[in-house]
Write a protein of this length. Structure first.
Length: 57
């Protein structure tokens, strides 16, 4: 017999994905603002943040 769908769990997974995507977008916006601010001030550009999640193969 098939299991009943757990709609609460499915919704929670979707919401976690949305929050992750929103946080990534916000981080990219903040980095862009910092780059523009540095360019205006004439200082050196900040180094991009290294992601621990991403690894080069």
């Amino acid at each position: 017999m098939a299991r009943r769908p757990n709609y609460g769990q499915q919704r929670a997974e979707i919401n976690r994905g949305k929050l992750t995507k929103q946080a990534e977008k916000q981080r990219e916006r903040e980095e862009a603002v910092a780059r523009r601010k540095q360019e205006r001030e004439g200082g050196p550009l900040p180094e991009p943040a290294a992601d621990e999640d991403k690894t080069e193969a």
